[in-house]
Ligand binder design. Structure first.
Ligand SMILES: *[C@@H]1O[C@H](CO)[C@@H](O)[C@H](O)[C@H]1NC(C)=O
Ligand SMILES: *[C@@H]1O[C@H](CO)[C@@H](O)[C@H](O)[C@H]1NC(C)=O
Ligand SMILES: *[C@@H]1O[C@H](CO)[C@@H](O)[C@H](O)[C@H]1NC(C)=O
Ligand SMILES: *[C@@H]1O[C@H](CO)[C@@H](O)[C@H](O)[C@H]1NC(C)=O
Ligand SMILES: *[C@@H]1O[C@H](CO)[C@@H](O)[C@H](O)[C@H]1NC(C)=O
Ligand SMILES: *[C@@H]1O[C@H](CO)[C@@H](O)[C@H](O)[C@H]1NC(C)=O
Ligand SMILES: *[C@@H]1O[C@H](CO)[C@@H](O)[C@H](O)[C@H]1NC(C)=O
Ligand SMILES: *[C@@H]1O[C@H](CO)[C@@H](O)[C@H](O)[C@H]1NC(C)=O
Ligand SMILES: *[C@@H]1O[C@H](CO)[C@@H](O)[C@H](O)[C@H]1NC(C)=O
Ligand SMILES: *[C@@H]1O[C@H](CO)[C@@H](O)[C@H](O)[C@H]1NC(C)=O
Ligand SMILES: *[C@@H]1O[C@H](CO)[C@@H](O)[C@H](O)[C@H]1NC(C)=O
Length: 680
């Protein structure tokens, strides 16, 4: 009897997976931790039966000197290669090169990860030690490639060489025997997009991107960087593993700014938050006890001197606590946390604004002094720190931080709002209106006004070209990181169609371009879509260095769940929640959900016709018992959606606000006359 109860309790704690469904075919995560090539990309020289290597069916023979074979794993993967050497003689040689982008498939070099170099060939190739020994060969652990889609096998001599059984043992998510064991899911068709399944695909693309960034503790990029012609990924990354890093191929280090996007993705997809706690704990353990400064990045980089990334560690602590409810851990770091808040507050001068002096940031130019982005981040630090303090019963501190937040909000609007432009300025002495601060101002509710939200949403659109926003603060670039915040800002402004347009431009470009891996998401690109991200700002004009799997680019994953589907947690673990679907995206129906320690949260909505042919909106919400939530539908909103090639315009008349307890509820709205009925 007791044993059975304990077993049930255990199952309850382990959590429950997302329901199976049609959406599973868009999950990019492999079904096995050992994967084989799925196609031959290209070959050169004389080869016999190279197709045998697809799916590890048999032997391939390299029959001439310099023959090489580029194998395609179909999606981004990362890990250690093993293969069988079936035939080799004393003079046979074998080398391996790796790349994310097919642009850098070369028998002489991998893409770059150790260091950015204009020749694009810093990393070089991995030579299997000669003389070759027949039998199983396994890639040495230190030479791990954390992210690649293409593997090129190169025979360097006329001596015979035959290989078989080429596999990659996935290294990321080491604690997940089943990489597809998601707790969250999402599904929505957009009938007028060039690929109607794009929204679902990009949701899963973001989720898989963050999985590839969740890595074992001793697989960081080596610092000082490996010498030219080599690479090494055996550095120690923090206080515990697995740990979340910025990118699969590189930097393979903790970067708290990136986590501002990657962690909400992780929450709605795998709910795998321990790697996040390990990353945050790594930052707090490395605080400068004299000054209270947090590092900008984790070891072995240990980059210092960024006030904004310092702020992101603090904001990230609130995110982690909101999703996990891990108050015990927050108590552990609380003394370092308060020192770190005081560090930022100490930079607030007589103007009432923070003077940003730690200038390192997400790559943007400028950013110093009384800068609006830095002040927006400080505001969010104070609001979220105050909320955490309330939960720790630190009432006085909670009030003091909240009071300072309110004061800063007033100062922010006085100092930076440019009424003529309808946007915030970058600082007090410029007319530049940055993408980052304007997106943050809407997202963090610094505007406090619907009218400002509308003007900012409109103003930000002026930065767009065919594939996305070109930030004034980093010219000739598109930043999917900052664009992930802009995307949320358009949703918050109620500009659902504009949000969809942005999604299709920027993420549509990334997910489909044949310059990339068509599964995980690029770190950034130039305004014309080339891979030369940051060519003039830190990356030495090296397009081979750009990461093709960066969690900071996964903004759509949480945005589709939180805004388009409309389901969010509004207090720790979802004790309270909100359902506020965005209904004017053109999508006729959406479905999805996620898990917290309290249980599953699932919802769906759909425009339908009732038996009288009237338009109705049907909603289903299911949340854990003991929770409580609110439902908000737009009132008197014009919306349109497309189904079966037919576009319908309707007026949505929601009810002001419905309060619900946990459990399963079905609700239905007539779009006219606007009555809401609860069916259960
Ligand atoms: C191996 O290479 C050496 C040097 O090029 C050559 O002298 C020798 O004949 C080769 N051996 C075989 C078995 O091909
Ligand atoms: C590429 O440039 C780097 C310097 O950035 C140099 O160390 C390396 O040797 C060059 N590689 C080749 C193959 O020339
Ligand atoms: C094929 O490779 C795997 C490692 O991926 C290894 O465990 C297995 O023994 C190899 N099979 C053969 C027949 O050598
Ligand atoms: C707080 O910071 C100090 C100083 O760096 C460090 O020794 C300690 O481990 C940190 N505490 C926690 C819980 O991270
Ligand atoms: C103010 O903003 C402009 C535009 O971003 C920038 O060029 C300038 O350096 C900034 N001023 C300071 C003090 O950082
Ligand atoms: C910000 O602080 C730095 C360092 O104290 C100082 O040099 C700079 O003048 C200050 N900037 C402003 C706008 O006050
Ligand atoms: C805060 O105080 C309340 C009431 O005294 C108590 O129930 C709660 O457990 C306390 N929370 C924490 C985190 O100490
Ligand atoms: C609130 O702001 C004032 C003025 O900048 C500052 O002196 C005080 O330390 C701040 N309080 C907290 C708790 O940070
Ligand atoms: C945003 O701030 C305003 C006050 O400036 C407040 O009335 C409103 O409730 C806030 N909105 C949200 C969503 O917190
Ligand atoms: C794309 O932009 C980069 C950076 O400005 C430039 O070097 C490159 O020539 C452009 N490519 C094309 C095809 O215009
Ligand atoms: C729906 O509204 C749009 C713009 O408001 C209009 O162009 C379109 O013709 C309308 N479609 C129908 C079927 O009424």
């Amino acid at each position: 009897m007791i044993n059975i109860l304990l077993l049930l309790l255990h199952i309850g704690l382990v959590g429950s997976l997302a329901p199976p469904g049609d959406w599973d075919r868009f999950n990019y995560a492999p079904s096995s931790r050992v994967v084989t090539p799925v196609a031959i990309h290209s070959s050169h020289g004389q080869l016999e039966t190279p197709e045998n290597l697809i799916g590890a069916k048999g032997k391939a023979t390299f029959a001439s000197s310099g023959s090489w074979l580029a194998l395609d794993f179909g999606t981004e993967v990362g890990g250690l290669i093993s293969l069988d050497i079936n035939t080799a003689s004393a003079n046979s040689t074998l080398a391996l090169s790796f790349t994310e982008s097919p642009m850098f498939i070369r028998p002489t070099a991998s893409d770059d990860s150790s260091f950015p170099s204009q020749n694009t060939t810093y990393d070089g190739i991995l030579r299997v030690q000669a003389p070759l020994v027949t039998g199983l060969w396994q890639q040495p652990a230190a030479t791990l490639r954390g992210g690649f889609r293409f593997l090129t096998l190169v025979s360097g001599s006329n001596a015979p060489l035959a290989l078989s059984n080429v596999t990659c043992a996935i290294s990321f998510m080491p604690h997940f025997p089943d990489l597809r064991a998601y707790t969250g899911y999402f599904s929505a068709e957009h009938p007028t997009f060039h690929d109607p399944d794009f929204l679902t695909k990009v949701w899963y693309g973001g989720a898989y991107t963050v999985q590839t960034n969740t890595v074992p503790l001793d697989t960081g990029r080596k610092v000082p960087f490996a010498s030219a012609g080599t690479w090494a990924n055996n550095a120690h990354l923090g206080v515990a593993g697995p740990i979340i890093v910025d990118g699969a191929k590189r930097d393979r280090a903790v970067w708290p700014g990136d986590m501002g996007i990657a962690v909400p993705t992780q929450f709605v997809s795998t709910n795998d938050l321990i790697p996040t706690r390990n990353a945050l704990a790594t930052m707090f353990a490395a605080i400068n006890l004299k000054t209270g400064a947090l590092p900008e990045s984790g070891p072995p980089l240990n980059q210092q001197g960024s006030d904004t990334y310092h702020a992101w560690t603090l904001i990230g602590t609130h995110n982690y606590h909101l999703f996990s409810g891990d108050t015990e851990w927050v108590r552990e770091i609380w003394s370092n946390f308060t020192k770190a808040v005081a560090f930022l507050e100490g930079k607030v001068d007589s103007t009432g604004l923070i003077n940003i002096t730690g200038l390192r940031d997400w790559a943007r130019l400028g950013g110093g002094g009384h800068n609006s982005e830095g002040n927006a981040l400080l505001y969010q630090v104070l609001v979220t720190a105050s909320d955490l303090a309330v939960q720790l019963n630190e009432t006085q501190l909670a009030t003091a931080w909240a009071t300072n937040a309110t004061a800063l909000k007033g100062r922010f609007n006085d100092a930076f709002w440019d009424e003529g432009a309808g946007l915030y300025k970058d600082n007090l002495t410029t007319t530049l209106h940055p993408q980052d601060a304007n997106s943050f101002a809407v997202l963090f509710n610094l505007t406090g006004s619907e009218e400002k939200n509308q003007r900012i949403s409109e103003g930000l659109q002026n930065n767009w070209n065919a594939i996305g926003p070109v930030p004034p603060e980093l010219p000739d670039t598109i930043s999917p990181f900052i664009t992930g915040f802009e995307l949320q800002a358009h949703f918050i402004a109620g500009q659902d169609k504009r949000a969809m347009d942005l999604l299709e431009r920027t993420w549509g470009y990334m997910l489909y371009t044949d310059l990339s891996v068509q599964s995980t998401l690029l770190e950034g690109f130039t305004a014309n879509g080339s891979l030369s991200y940051r060519y003039y700002d830190g990356y030495n004009n090296d397009p081979a260095y750009t990461s093709h799997s960066h969690g900071w680019s996964s903004g759509p994953t949480s945005a589709l769940t939180f805004y388009l589907l409309g389901l969010t947690v509004t207090s720790t673990q979802g004790q309270t929640w909100n359902f506020a679907p965005h209904l004017n995206t053109g999508v006729p129906a959406a479905e999805g959900g996620f898990e917290t320690p309290l249980g599953r949260f699932d919802a769906s909505w759909s425009f339908d016709e009732d038996s009288n042919g009237n338009d109705v909106l049907n909603v289903q919400i299911s949340t854990p018992p003991g929770t409580a939530g609110t439902v908000n539908l737009p009132s008197d909103m014009l919306a349109s959606y497309t189904r079966n090639g037919l576009t319908k315009n309707l007026t949505l008349r929601g009810s002001p606000e419905i309060t619900l307890q946990g459990g399963t509820h079905e609700l239905s709205w007539d779009t006219d006359p606007g009555m809401c009925s609860s069916l259960g």
